[in-house]
Design a protein around this ligand. Structure first.
Ligand SMILES: Cc1cc2nc3c(=O)[nH]c(=O)nc-3n(C[C@H](O)[C@H](O)[C@H](O)COP(=O)(O)O)c2cc1C
Length: 179
């Protein structure tokens, strides 16, 4: 069975990004994916300690925290969905901490440790209307770039902001992994 790993970034129970992730999960399940969900805010995750042990040895991060189980799923998944609220113009801090830990997925010779072509999608939510602040797009692209630099194939990026047509966004989210 194909596996989708979902990492939710919002701490809020009434989260817009989580609501859209739920639509993406429905689409993925309809397409035959088994789905594993993590919540970055609830996980015990330390920031990268810059020790370099991963790149010196071609191994996953040596920090013993909740990223261990996540990396195990990541190495065996077919798709990854990450969601994040915008806090102060960029991806929320705890989601950046999670993202920073992907440093270990590049080998000492700069080749990638993940299988090529894992499907990747991101859902970003913000208070401002979608295209109101051009700098936000650059920040979202920077975040997404970490995952594509590891050999993942970006299949979609959704931005939902103040005044967005949420029914249309839900359909976009459903379609991310539905085919
Ligand atoms: C600490 C904090 C900072 C925020 N900063 C911004 C911001 O700079 N720009 C913006 O458009 N929205 C900002 N927001 C609004 C959130 O991005 C918005 O409420 C979003 O829907 C949250 O995602 P969620 O519903 O998935 O939790 C901020 C919210 C919080 C709590």
């Amino acid at each position: 069975m194909k596996k989708l790993v979902v990492v939710l970034g919002s701490p809020r129970p009434a989260s817009v990004s989580t609501m859209l992730a739920e639509e993406a999960i429905k689409g993925a399940k309809a397409a035959g994916y088994d789905v594993v969900v993590y919540n970055a805010w609830e996980m015990n995750i330390k920031g990268c300690q810059g020790c370099g042990a991963c790149r010196a040895n071609g191994i996953d991060c040596v920090i013993d925290d909740d990223m261990k189980a996540y990396f195990k799923d990541l190495h065996s998944c077919d798709a990854l969905l990450v969601t994040a609220p915008n806090y102060y113009s960029t991806v929320a801090g705890h989601v950046i901490t999670y993202m920073n830990r992907h440093y270990c997925l590049t080998n000492p010779d700069r080749s990638q440790r993940l299988p090529e072509g894992i499907k990747f999608a991101a859902i970003f939510t913000q208070g401002a209307p979608e295209n109101a602040v051009p700098a936000y797009k650059a920040n979202y692209d920077w975040f997404t770039g970490t995952f594509t630099s590891k050999g993942m194939e970006c299949v979609g990026t959704i931005v939902a902001g103040g005044g967005s047509d949420m029914e249309a966004k839900k359909k976009e989210a459903y379609a991310l992994f539905a085919s």
